[in-house]
Design a protein around this ligand. Sequence first.
Ligand SMILES: Cc1cc2nc3c(=O)[nH]c(=O)nc-3n(C[C@H](O)[C@H](O)[C@H](O)COP(=O)(O)OP(=O)(O)OC[C@H]3O[C@@H](n4cnc5c(N)ncnc54)[C@H](O)[C@@H]3O)c2cc1C
Length: 333
Amino acid sequence: MAAVGRVDVAVVGGGPAGAVTALLLARAGRHVAVYAQSRHEALRLDEAPPPSVNPLLRKLGLWDRFLADSGRLGPMVVEAAEQAGAKVLRGACVGKVSRSSTGLRIEADKPALAKMVVDATGRTARVARAFGAHCVPFEKLVCVARVFDISPESAGDTFIEAAPDGWWHVSPLPHRRRIISLFTDAQEAARSRLATVDGWTRAMARTEHVRDLASGVPCGKIRVTTSTSHELAPPVGEDWIAVGDAAFAVDPLSSDGVEFALRSAIGAAEVLLGGDRSAYRRQVADEASAYRRLRASRRVGQPLASRAETSRAVGIDGAAPSRSTEQDAAALA
Ligand SMILES: Cc1cc2nc3c(=O)[nH]c(=O)nc-3n(C[C@H](O)[C@H](O)[C@H](O)COP(=O)(O)OP(=O)(O)OC[C@H]3O[C@@H](n4cnc5c(N)ncnc54)[C@H](O)[C@@H]3O)c2cc1C
């Protein structure tokens, strides 16, 4: 396949953080390539982001477009970046990024040579970690999920229920399926053998509401994926910068991920257009400190049991489906 050739910036990951970074750089006339492994075929919960995101979408000039696209954030920002001039490589997975005397080699089906790379790979922070950054975890959360084939009339809504061992998340998936996930401590998942059908079913049977939604025919195996929250140290280097979940990831229950994805993309684009790296370091550090304070105040984070005491089951009528992570959903399909 043809190479992309030389670009100013290669963005690895086409989630909201990567797409918005690419959009801003393309608008500023930079030559940008986005390696977007996901084709946005599956619907995601963060495509119906919380209202706190609205002012940012207005600031980015994306508000009308967001409304016109029925509120699907993911594909909308990727298309906006493309129309602004970014080269979007859909379905393209970057295997490795390495330094050479001529620039950064982006190793993929369509390779590129870039001056700078943006790590927008989500919680894996794959590029930044390969360059020596490390993830400082807040909590070792895992997602243990199972997919069910359901009847058309029981398609249902997104639903969240607190439990002593974590929180349950139920979402409709395309093709008349439903994904039921338990977010819990890694140790608890091992202790209760949640990756086994028996362990998962036992935990699910203890729920008040979710057990009524686990009807239908289970399809695929139970899948465990990391959902660990972290701060990346450092979030920016000489020739790379991390955005969104790669730079700072929080418990999905907080619903803050997309907002930070957009804010970090704005901060990163400023750096890549010649701004101050230390301002970006401060931005990420400030977010992480605020999250630590929130955890210390016990509004999120450990112990999980105290969260259950203060939470109640919440059904979100008509909320857009569906997110465990889209990779989880794809892997589970
Ligand atoms: C169950 C659940 C519910 C959530 N609910 C909400 C919510 O209600 N509101 C909210 O604001 N946030 C929510 N979040 C969090 C939100 O989804 C994330 O914070 C947000 O998606 C982060 O955006 P991102 O662009 O940094 O990463 P992602 O959206 O994870 O995107 C990263 C992209 O990088 C791609 N990628 C990875 N490696 C490579 C590679 N090597 N080459 C090419 N591409 C690659 C992946 O395919 C992916 O598409 C939720 C998360 C979960 C798990």
